[in-house]
Design a binder for this molecule. Structure first.
Ligand SMILES: [Zn+2]
Length: 402
């Protein structure tokens, strides 16, 4: 049995790794900056910063930029992230679509592959994922030998009897399947698996509207609904990696029946699947967001009717999240067409009274729309292997040892 009744300390190697991430994060968020700027931003000693910068420059993660005119004494050399220092592969698997990207260290997409899938079971998904990795390295050969790893985003929850593989919003047959180990075996690269909402939160934190926000909830509207949680600059994943599985939060005890056995679950109202069911599509298992996009573009009034039905459940969910977590903002995104998300968000006010109502020092709206659209999750997936090296406080400090 694992005992987790004490906080683990941080040893020297972990502290070094943490400081490295702090330095890189400071440069990532602020652009080219000098060692003195880094010292000011991170409160690390100048000796520590010199050592880290030297090490990272040698590894080609950082590059020296031309020095500006000195105010006095020696000119200060600014350092920036070297985008071509290393690369990462992001994969996103969903019910209908497999997207793969190669990104550089700055998060720029350098190659992209898209394949249609059909609610894949592991035996079908695995070769398709491995093939996508192979195709990406063929499209972008510079990545060979410089890949940090593969990040895979897919719908959660993971390993929960009665939730993981059950119902129309879950992918079938994935309960307890060791996807990371299997994909590592096929590709020879380290693989990190994350649920799509958490990956999207990382994507939005690194590249989108949440760059300067320390605490936020990302609501991922996919086939189902999930939340990614960034709290105090720290990704929160939960004890079983399933934090934020709010699709099965009951918002109406007498509401629509859900495949999980309960009634009135949030994702029965707010998700792609909820919209397909509301439209009474003959084959909802094979519907795609493109159909909603087309109906929206045609001004079909059933979209407005669905939005109407989704507003109140979404208000309740936001209220619960605000009161539980006190985030600076809630970010909405995912596979739902952005025009429909915009209409949904426009209808949310007045939001219920909560700790977020005053706005206070926040100066940030209570609800924001994600900036990186449908790519958020795959960008977040690609960031997983980089993020492990780059972001401060990520899985490094206070890591419980079992
Ligand atoms: Zn449910």
């Amino acid at each position: 049995m694992k005992t987790r009744n004490a906080l683990a300390g941080t040893n020297l190697e972990q502290a070094k790794s943490h400081n490295r991430r702090v330095v890189i994060e400071a440069i990532r968020l602020n652009g080219a900056i000098s060692r003195a700027d880094i010292a000011r931003l991170t409160a690390l000693s100048s000796q520590t910063i010199s050592n880290i910068v030297e090490e990272l420059e040698k590894a080609r993660f950082l590059k020296a930029e031309p020095a500006g005119k000195p105010v006095r004494g020696q000119p200060a050399v600014p350092y920036s992230i070297d985008p071509d220092g290393a690369y990462s592969i992001g994969l996103q698997l969903d019910h209908q679509l497999l997207i793969g990207v190669v990104t550089d260290l700055s998060g720029l997409i350098r190659a992209r592959v898209e394949k249609m899938v059909d609610r894949p079971v592991p035996a079908d998904a695995l070769p398709a994922l491995a093939e996508t990795v192979e195709e990406l390295t063929r499209c972008f050969p510079a990545a060979r030998g410089k890949l940090l790893g593969v990040g895979l985003a897919m719908p959660g929850p993971f390993g929960v009897q009665g939730l993981t593989s059950v119902g129309p919003t879950a992918l079938p047959g994935w309960q307890d399947f060791p996807i990371a180990a299997e994909l590592e075996r096929l590709t020879g690269l380290p693989v990190i698996v994350e649920n799509d909402a958490t990956a999207a939160a990382i994507g939005e934190k690194l590249h989108g509207v949440a760059r300067q926000i320390g605490s936020f909830v990302y609501l991922f509207i996919g086939t189902g609904l999930g939340a990614g949680l960034f709290l105090d600059g720290h990704l929160y994943k939960g004890s079983g990696h399933n934090a934020g599985e709010i699709g099965h939060l009951v918002v109406n005890p007498n509401g629509l029946a859900c495949a999980c056995g309960k009634r009135g679950c949030l994702e029965r109202y707010v998700s792609l699947r909820a919209a397909y069911d509301f439209l009474e599509l003959p084959d909802a298992d094979h519907a795609s967001p493109k159909l909603l996009e087309d109906l929206q573009a045609q001004g079909d009034e059933r979209i407005e009717a669905w939005i109407n039905s989704a507003v109140e459940p979404l208000r309740q969910a936001i209220n619960t999240l605000e009161l539980t977590l006190d985030p600076e903002t809630v970010v909405l995104g995912g596979f739902m067409p952005v025009e429909i998300i915009e209409r949904l968000v426009a209808r949310l006010e007045p939001l219920p009274l909560s700790v977020s109502a005053s706005g206070g020092a926040r100066g940030i709206p209570r609800v924001l729309i994600g900036a990186t659209g449908r790519e958020t999750s795959v960008l977040g997936a690609a960031a997983l292997p980089i993020f492990g090296e780059f972001a401060p406080r990520f899985d490094v400090l206070l890591k419980p040892r079992g």
